[in-house]
Design a protein around this ligand. Structure first.
Ligand code: IPD
Ligand code: CA
Ligand code: CA
Ligand code: CA
Length: 266
């Protein structure tokens, strides 16, 4: 088996993510409608989510036909190289549908099961967050670091709610528990960017239940490479059950505050 160079993988990821970002911004000039709903009526997909995933899959597998590919909109291709591409073709579809100008393309690259490179492109803004394992994190090529926030009272916290109606009551109770103890809470609507915003200090901490690997794959590497601490609850790794990212001194107290609210009840 050949050894993969994370920088080469990142280069292809960035090229393809930027091409997909241009496509979705261009398509947004026209009319965007709901093509389908998925888990619930709030969980929407547009034709552009599918078109973006098709473009990304075609470009990646053209360049690297032996790789595996997993995309949110259904592509799950098994390869033989040990490299897997994990792709969210539009992160923030609800923002996209409503023309709220924050949505992204996220591409993570795994080698033998470990994420070694990741890119998140904020498509309307053109901002590009990147990282390679052990190589640091960057926005538009400039190194980024998490905030130095150490105090919950002054922490700006991001979160998201997913689309599972059965969980929303508990999610509301968790927010109620946190809101009096932190500076404020943001619901930006783009899980991948939430993690990148922790990476560059625009948020001090984020948490969300129900993110999938295509949401957190790239962003979690970017947050970790920017000096952030990432994990789940009670020592678990980041997973669809819970993803938390914070500046290192904040992670412990923030984790404990979240755990008190018992967010896994639903
Ligand atoms: C969603 C966004 C949102 C998060 C949801 C995700 P999508 O992804 O990241 O911020 O709260 O959990 O599903 O469906 O827009 O790609
Ligand atoms: Ca979706
Ligand atoms: Ca997503
Ligand atoms: Ca998506």
């Amino acid at each position: 088996m050949t050894t993969e160079n994370p920088q080469d993988l990142l280069k292809l990821a960035v090229e393809v993510a930027e091409e997909a970002a241009r496509l979705i911004v261009e398509r947004r000039r026209g009319t965007i409608t709901v093509a389908d709903t998925k888990s619930t009526v709030t969980d929407v997909v547009t034709a552009v989510d599918r078109e973006s995933e098709e473009l990304i899959r075609a470009r990646i597998l053209q360049a690297r036909p032996d790789d595996s590919f997993l995309g949110e909109e259904g592509d799950d291709v098994a390869g033989s190289s040990g490299v897997r591409w994990v792709v969210d073709p539009i992160d923030g579809t609800v923002n996209y549908l409503y023309d709220l100008p924050t949505y992204a393309v996220s591409i993570a690259v795994e080698y033998d099961g470990t994420t070694v490179a990741g890119v998140v492109v904020d498509a309307p803004k053109g901002e590009v967050f990147t990282a390679t394992k052990g190589g640091g994190a960057f926005v538009d090529g400039k190194p980024i670091r998490v905030s130095g926030c150490t105090d919950l009272n002054t922490a700006l916290v991001g979160t998201g709610f997913g689309y599972d109606a059965d969980r929303r009551q508990v999610q509301a109770e968790v927010v109620q528990h946190l809101i009096t103890k932190v500076r404020d809470i943001r619901r930006i609507g783009v899980g991948a960017l939430d993690l990148c915003y922790v990476a560059c200090g625009r948020l001090d901490a984020v948490y969300e239940r129900g993110l999938n690997p295509w949401d957190y794959g790239a962003g979690a590497l970017i947050a970790a490479e920017a000096g952030g601490t990432i994990g789940g609850l009670h020592g678990a790794p980041v997973s669809p059950e819970m993803s938390i990212a914070a500046s290192p001194a904040l992670f412990g107290p923030f984790h404990d505050l979240l755990a008190e609210a018992n967010p896994l009840r639903a």
